[in-house]
Design a protein around this ligand. Structure first.
Ligand SMILES: [Zn+2]
Ligand SMILES: [Zn+2]
Length: 335
């Protein structure tokens, strides 16, 4: 099969590699759409992501959808030909975290696309059957790929656990920040302010129902603080800003992966306000709910501007992701 393999920072090569065979408990998926996540760009640009360095060539891509084309020896379905979305987090179902249902922090987690595990920027990928679910006919492959970042936003909002009258602030109107906004509006949270420097993304937040938007967080310190702050930007300094914006007794949920990884803040800021800081890790048990929300139109995935790229144009797709344009939230690669 054709696969895009990252050999070193900014050195991606489309190569012919062996097509994986579905093992027990797995299905083989013909990949139709892969959305490029800013975390993919991090690994692409730095040769390192979230403390995981690139040691040998790897196939990137974890937000994807495609068609089931073969079943593992013990797998009864879904039938070959089923279009599927995927929760790309293979857990062991044996450890103490899995026993508690905390599959996203399974001690033996395999996350396709992060070293050393291959991802979906290829024609085929083998996936555990428990991690795939059928896409409704009217949901496109690209929309199906976005079910992963929607799941990440859903997990973060669940951890935030807002009350209807809470003032919620979202830092960063990328796909996850905007999905978090849509989920909060759907849950009846009236006051959701989005901080985003890029004008086009701020406008999108307004269209999706933000009660307020601001280009910089300092503006919020004048206008009133947040009971809950969801940090989705991953910008350096954003954790510190989130702690500053959170009001007394408030909660900060950290979703964005900070770059650089070392985060500094003055301890008196969260200490005097007795803040709670929660770190959110990817998603768990969100695939079915996310697909339902996309299918029903409750989460307007179609409003998320996307741009299509072929497998040979991955460098362009990566750099477009890094540029954070106002008119594109996800680059979609069609292998
Ligand atoms: Zn992602
Ligand atoms: Zn486990």
């Amino acid at each position: 099969m054709r696969a895009a393999r990252l050999h070193a920072a900014r050195d991606v090569r489309v190569e012919e590699v062996a097509t994986p065979a579905p093992a027990e408990g797995q299905v083989l998926v013909r990949v139709r759409a892969v959305a490029i996540c800013p975390s993919d760009w991090r690994l692409y640009a730095d040769g390192n992501a979230g403390g995981a360095p690139l040691q040998e060539p790897i196939i990137q891509g974890h937000e994807f959808a495609g068609d089931v084309v073969a079943l593992g020896p013990d797998v009864a379905g879904p039938p070959v030909g089923t279009r599927v979305g995927v929760e790309p987090s293979w857990h062991c179902d044996k450890c103490d975290m899995c026993a508690q249902g905390r599959f996203n922090i399974c001690r033996n987690i395999v996350f396709p696309s992060f070293p050393p595990h291959d991802g979906a920027l290829a024609e085929y990928i083998a996936c555990p059957v428990i991690n795939v679910q059928a896409l409704p006919d009217h949901v496109s492959y690209a929309e199906g790929a976005l079910v992963e970042p929607l799941g990440v936003a859903m997990h973060a909002v669940r951890l935030a656990d807002p009350k209807p009258d809470d003032r919620v602030v979202i830092l960063g109107a990328g796909a996850i920040g905007l999905f978090a906004l849509s989920l909060l509006k759907l849950a009846g949270i009236k006051r959701v302010t989005v901080v985003e420097p890029v004008e086009g993304r701020r406008e999108l937040a307004g269209r999706l129902g933000a009660s307020g938007t601001a280009p910089f967080y300092k503006k919020l310190l004048e206008d009133g603080h947040g009971d809950i702050v969801i940090e989705c930007s991953g910008e350096s300094g954003a954790t510190e800003q989130a702690l500053e914006v959170a009001d007394h007794g408030g909660k900060v949920v950290a979703v964005g992966i900070p770059r650089p990884e070392t985060v500094c803040f003055e301890a008196f800021v969260p200490r005097r306000k007795e803040l709670t800081l929660v770190f959110s890790r990817r998603s768990r048990d969100t695939l079915a709910d996310a697909l339902e929300l996309v299918s029903s139109g409750d989460i307007p995935v179609r409003e998320m501007p996307m741009r299509q790229f072929s497998l040979d144009r991955i460098p362009e797709a990566m750099e477009a992701t890094a540029a954070r344009p106002g008119d594109m939230l996800r680059a979609i690669v069609e292998p």
